[in-house]
Design a protein around this ligand. Structure first.
Ligand code: SAH
Length: 348
């Protein structure tokens, strides 16, 4: 049996080609694309598409490419953590965050991750497979359908390394940005990477207006090498050089993520060292209290240390904020929902 076409993974041009291939007029492509991006899950709901064409579509393609398996809802701030099951039974996580400026979704880009960061639960069992563009988009559509509200911002910060699934991530960006699709502006999209330098440079050359976030988490290579294996391939200096290129080409401010780990990267000397490295770069530092996970022994820094670290960066005139903790009453750290699910499945 040939594989069914995942319509959510297709650009408008590809959908038009499919429509023509099925013997229909090209304009049906726009109609179909529009339905796909409304999050429509049944061909029957497409009331401007002829019945016999809907039947043909149903034979060769799918709309819905995941189901919501579990939702944890925060009573404090409306955060929702989703466990989604894909058509091949793999599971992924997505998180909805409610901000004053709109609904933001954090999406996964891979099933698992192979980057091996020492503090992260998503990478413990390695990577299973890349997500298709339509499966990254499917998370947005599934959550929009669930909450009945529009999502205005997307962060590629869930499980997986987006630049390790580069082609599908780029395709996702172009599809979600399409005026006949969800039409989410590139400026409302953040891509977070552990620092795959050649891909950052390639991205810089594409001159997209997305926000680039770098998971830096250390002020020098010796520390970064301890918990981020990728640093042995691309070190901090190389990352910062690539970032400068990105800024030069796009004029966009870069975000550096810095998870504070007790006794490892949270001392005064580290803050000063970090400030020195970033002083000529158009950037913003996002300090993150480490989310402690069962799989690792790293502990989160004391609140007083976090405050002190911020104060030093402030004093050095580095733009810095501390990430507000959302959904603290549904305390499932990144990657934990999936891990718990896999554990349950395994025990059955
Ligand atoms: N692979 C990409 C995106 C996914 S991880 C990247 O590395 O950026 C998203 C962010 O969460 C990264 O900054 C990552 O370092 C951070 N992260 C992972 N586990 C964490 C934990 N236990 N506590 C705090 N931040 C964590």
């Amino acid at each position: 049996m040939t594989e069914l076409i995942d319509l959510r993974s297709k650009t408008l041009e590809e959908i038009e080609a499919i429509v023509i291939e099925l013997g229909e007029k090209k304009f049906r492509g726009k109609q179909l694309f529009n339905w796909v991006h409304k999050g429509t899950e049944k061909f029957n709901d497409m009331n401007n598409i002829p019945k016999n064409f809907k039947k043909k579509l149903e034979e060769v393609s799918i709309l819905k490419n995941m189901d919501i398996l579990e939702v944890l809802r925060s009573k404090i701030d409306g955060t929702r953590k989703y466990l989604m099951i894909l058509n091949d039974n793999n599971v992924i996580e997505s998180v909805l965050m409610k901000y004053k400026h709109g609904n933001t979704i954090c999406v996964s880009t891979q099933v698992g991750c192979k980057m091996g960061c020492g503090f992260c639960a998503s990478t413990v069992d390695g990577v299973v497979r890349n997500l298709r563009a339509g499966e990254i988009l499917g998370q947005v559509l599934a959550v929009q359908n669930d909450i009945g509200e529009r999502i205005s911002n997307v962060v590629l910060m869930g499980s997986g390394e987006p630049l390790d699934n580069y082609d599908e991530v780029l395709k996702f960006l172009s599809i979600i940005n399409h005026p006949l699709g969800l039409n989410i502006s590139m400026r409302n999209i953040t891509l977070s990477t552990c620092g795959i330098v050649p891909k950052i440079i390639d991205l810089a050359e594409k001159k997209l207006q997305i926000t680039l976030a770098i998971s830096l988490h250390a002020s020098n290579d010796e520390i970064r090498n301890k918990f981020m294996p990728i640093n042995k391939v691309y070190n901090i200096n190389e990352i910062l050089e690539a970032c400068k290129k990105y800024i030069k080409n796009t004029n966009r401010r870069i975000t550096f993520e810095y998870a504070l780990i007790k006794g490892v990267n949270d001392k005064t000397e580290h803050a000063l060292e970090l400030a020195k490295k970033l002083k000529d770069i158009l950037c913003h530092v996002n300090l993150i209290p480490l989310n402690e996970v069962n799989e690792s022994a790293f502990e989160t820094s004391k609140e007083s240390n976090i405050k002190e670290f911020k104060k030093i960066l402030d004093g050095e005139r580095i733009h810095v904020t501390v990430r507000r903790e959302l959904g603290s009453d549904i305390d499932a750290a990144c990657g934990q929902l999936r891990k718990n699910y896999l554990k349950r499945e395994h025990e059955q």
